[in-house]
Structures are given as C-alpha cells and as structure tokens.
Design a binder for this molecule. Sequence first.
Ligand code: DAH
Length: 353
Amino acid sequence: MTDLAKLESETLAAIAAADTLDALETVRIAALGKQGSVSALLKTLGAMSPEERQEKGPLINGLREAVSSAISQKKAALEAALLNARLATERLDMSLPAPETPQGSVHPVSQVMDELAEIFADMGFAVATGPEIEDDWHNFTALNIPETHPARAMHDTFYFPDGKLLRTHTSPVQIRTMMNEEPPIRIIAPGRVYRSDSDATHTPMFHQIEGLVIDKGIHLGHLKWTLETFLKGFFERDDVVLRLRPSYFPFTEPSVEVDVGYSEINGKRVIGGSEKWMEVLGSGMVHPRVIANCGLDPEIWQGFAFGTGVDRLAMLKYGMDDLRAFFDGDLRWLRHYGFSALDVPTLSGGVGA
Ligand code: DAH
C-alpha cells in the first residue's frame, strides 16, 4: 500500500470511529488543520517538479476531497443522531385518559349572553362590540354627559394616567355603532363594564347589555314591544308584565325605567303577574343630541335604547343570591350553576335549557 493510500484508509477509519462531534473535530484538525497530515502533503506540491506534481497532485487533492466529504457526512450523521436523542427526551405522552364525563361548564354569565343574543337575533338584532378601555368622549361626552354633569361622579370611574378610562357602561357602543354604520341600526352589545364599587350586589367588573335601534319613525311603542318580547322570551313565561316609569338618563329623552312584576314564593322571587315590582332595565328614546353627536340628522333618524345588567338577569332567572360568587372561580359553584357546553340556547329548544 502506498503512503497515500495508507493515510487515506487510516483517516477514513478514524472518521468512522469518531462517535462525538468533538472526536470528529479532533480527526478533522489532525488531517485538514494547518498542521494536519493531509495539509502537510498538500504543502509538498509546491516543491515538486512539474511532472511529479502532475502525477501526485490529483492523488493528494483526491485524498483531501475524500477526507473532507467523509467528515461532512459523518458530521451530518452525528448531528442528526444528537437531534433524535434530544427529541426522544422531549417526547410528551399525549395518551392520558379523557375524563369519563366532560368537566367544564358554561358560566351563567356566558349562558345568559348567549340566550340574549339568540332572543334578539330572532328580532333582527346583530351583536356589536366595543373596547373596554374607552375615552372620555365615547363613554360620557357623546352620550350627552358633559364634564360638569353629576352623572360622571355617579359612575365611580376607573381612570388611567393618560385620561383614558375603563368603560362604566356599554352605552359607548351605541356611539361607535352610529358613527360606523348607516341606519337602520338594530344591535345589542353585551360586555364587561367597570366601576369602583364592591359589596354583595356590586363587583368592580360586571356585565351589561345595551340595545339600540335607529330608524325612521321609531317611537315608544316599538320600545315597549321589544322589551316585552325580550323579557317574555328570557324568563320563558307569557305572563311577564312590564311597568314603564318615567325616569332620567342624559342620553335618552324621554327616559323610562322598566319594572317587571313578580311574586315571592317560598322566599324566592318568581317572575310573572303584577303582585310586586322590581326594576330590570333603563331605557328611552335616544336623545336627539346623541344622534347629532354621531353625525346623523335627528330630524330624519330616531331610535330607542336600553341597558341592563347581565349578572342581575342571571341571578333573577337562575336564583342566585350573591353576585360576588360569579367571579370567585369556585368549582363547586360552577358545577352547580354552570351549563353544559352542548346545550346551546335556541328559541325552539328553550333558551335556558
Ligand atoms: N348606561 C346606563 C347605566 O349604565 C343604562 C342605560 C339606561 C342604558 C338607559 C341605556 C338607556 O341605553 O337608554 O346605568
């Protein structure tokens, strides 16, 4: 065997035997490094006669090629083995058994919002949303609540240092909708609202639903029919009786508060009849100034609006008595009052299935 063939077979054997990237690197340096055996051979080419170089050149270069390609192949193989070993240690066992029965449940607030969306969809209302971080103009000014208005103080607003605020009601969605859409408008806007207030019937975050209709020739009769249809559908009773009382909201004129009749049976409030009254909604005809603030002509467009607390509606319908429990995340409460994710409210199947 020539020296060259011997060096080649020894180096290839060393490459094959290298079982780590470090060991391979050592072999590479020994062969192709500055002081390496193959590099030393390459250096001898300079001192050779042209004839000798013509004979040995291709052999030495061939050796270098063979060694360097064997090193690259081995390197790729070692790297792939390393990656496979790492993937093997990171393997996740996804085969944990599923629980016998589904564990999660739909929170009563989500359930009631779904029920409301279903009831109002049947009357042609779309669902609208707006940001929870609002600006002063959408939350107050555009709703005809100027800076000096006492209603601002009543809202116990959470302000940010930059003057923005957490919306205190869903009414700013009225403004955003009127500014972005062409009438006729029929929307409901369910969502979170915030006020700095906390006791058995108040939490700093709670849920409201807003309703808005803007069209031509809208009057109080439309409002009353809509609310009656909604409350009958929601409480799933035909004997729901409404009482409209004159009231005041800056963004409606005239304003009405809506009571529903109920009776007390075994200490629980049961909706229906007209024995006792309980307030459930604020509403009214949208103030012409609010319509004009949104760039619409109040001589052409009229409408009504209403707003109410979703949590309170849920408490009334499903007989819960402490609002704070809604947000405690207590699994026992959720299992008791939660709804099956598969029981989707429908008008035909019953909204509060
Ligand atoms: N935004 C009122 C509140 O938070 C509720 C309300 C009253 C909304 C009357 C309305 C309305 O749209 O017409 O107390």
